[in-house]
Design a protein around this ligand. Structure first.
Ligand code: GLU
Length: 436
């Protein structure tokens, strides 16, 4: 049975690179009906933090990468020590005491040899261990080094495939020697290509090394992010880019992962998120948005009109890059005090619009029915009566109602704002009219 693991160190948040490694492990496990194991590599007690463990677990859950088993290395120190003692006994390791350290460290004698590793992505890789120094197994503080704990755990947890970033490739020969010395069989390896920033070089904070939890806060959808992560080093074929996780499960094979490095492109992620928002189920999107709207005090947790919200979501859906765009762009439906962009006010509400707005306000009162079609018909009549171009009135009305120069169709906006609020917001711009 396939058993793979994701082994984050909780010395930082889960980032794009880690999330991709987790995805490919999870996907491989699920595609092969195997097990996905989560191993928290927290032996460095000075740098490991509970807040990072929480962030990593929450982010993995949010992305949908459910795990079958979870282990914490900090709870397994006895096991590593046991195996280190075994190597000592067999003469494969020795003790060494540094002058300033209270306890002895245990060091592995690296036997010089040529090692071949079959990598599922890169093919055969050969290493010469003559250039590798003897390796610390257990440090003088009693904790194991990464390479040692990793091998003991991968063997003990019966990991069949080690899928990890290729920044670990130099560790692989050291680990292969340890498997051999401990008498364990060597798992298969798959080293995922590096993810670079748009300007080359490793991902930096500026180029996308943002915590997954931050992407969530910024209003990215887990489904879109997962789809994007998939494309970072794998393609489903046939130029397909939008692929949901269930389809990916049927097509994914770790041997088809790209060998060359991937580039993280925020624009592409934004495009992807827009695709998911645009085509997503409006009801479900509304459910995701509701907590954000409550947080902003746009709606009250005790009572809101869900159907009305769904209609608003539908109105904005095609244009959204992130969920937060909805909060920013649809604010005028919820706020009491409308914020009007300064530039827009100067440009479109600078002159006296009393006559135009008054006529339109009156027209709204005379409509047979207050619906989108009639609102539009009424507007056309006003424009005709005033003998002006539509746009001469569309923009001022939009800015007066929404505070912005762009947005969904004006007649829909008026319909969903309602007659009363529309008239009130337009009335503010009528000389001698109500200034409410
Ligand atoms: N804790 C290591 C890391 O976060 C795990 C590497 C591995 O997968 O072996 O990079």
């Amino acid at each position: 049975m396939v058993r793979v693991r994701f082994a984050p160190s909780p010395t930082g948040n889960l980032h794009i690179g880690g999330a991709r490694t987790a995805l490919f492990n999870w996907l491989y496990a699920r595609a092969k009906s195997g097990k996905f194991i989560l191993r928290i590599e927290d032996t460095d007690s000075a740098r490991s933090k509970q807040e990072f463990v929480d962030e990593i677990l929450n982010s993995l859950s949010w992305l949908g990468f459910n795990w079958d088993e979870i282990y914490y290395q900090s709870k397994r120190l006895d096991i590593y020590n046991e195996y280190a003692q075994k190597l000592l006994k067999e003469g494969k390791a020795y003790k060494e005491k540094a002058i300033d350290k209270p306890r002895e460290a245990i060091i592995f004698k690296v036997p010089p040899q040529k090692i071949k590793i079959q990598d599922l992505i890169r093919g055969e890789i050969e290493f010469d261990t003559a250039v590798i120094k003897d390796q610390v197994l257990i440090k003088s503080d009693g904790t194991p080094t990464y390479n040692f704990a990793c091998v003991v755990d991968d063997a003990d947890m019966k990991i069949t495939h080690v899928i990890r970033g290729d920044d670990h490739i130099s560790n692989t020969p050291k680990q292969a020697l340890l498997y051999e010395a401990l008498g364990f069989s060597v798992p298969k390896f798959a080293h995922l290509p590096l993810i670079m920033g748009m300007e080359g070089g490793r991902l930096s904070k500026r180029t996308g090394a943002t915590a997954i939890s931050d992407y969530r806060k910024m209003g990215y959808l887990a489904s879109a992010l997962v789809n994007y992560l998939l494309l970072l080093s794998w393609a489903p074929g046939g130029n397909v880019e939008l692929i949901d996780i269930n389809q990916a499960l049927k097509l994914f094979d770790v041997t088809q992962v790209n060998k060359t490095s991937a580039t993280f492109d925020l624009k592409k992620l934004n495009w992807m998120n827009n695709q998911y928002l645009k085509n997503g189920d409006s009801e479900k999107l509304t459910d995701v948005l509701i907590p954000l709207l409550i947080e902003k005090n746009y709606i009250s947790a005790d009572g809101f009109d869900r159907d009305y919200l769904v209609s608003l979501v539908k109105l904005f859906q095609p244009r959204l890059t992130t969920l937060n765009d909805f909060c920013d762009w649809a604010d005028f439906f919820f706020v009491k005090e409308l914020k009007i962009e300064e530039e827009a006010e100067k440009k479109f509400l600078g002159g006296d619009l009393s006559r135009e707005f008054r006529l339109f306000i009156e027209k709204l009162d005379k409509l047979e029915k207050f619906d989108i079609l009639n609102i539009e018909a009424g507007f056309r009549e006003v424009v005709k009566e005033l003998n002006i171009e539509s746009k001469a009135l569309i923009h001022p009305i939009r800015v007066a109602l929404t505070g912005k120069t762009i947005g969904p169709g004006l007649f829909e906006v008026i319909y969903y704002l309602g007659k009363e609020l529309t008239q009130k917001r337009l009335g503010r711009w009528i000389n001698g009219g109500s200034n409410a």
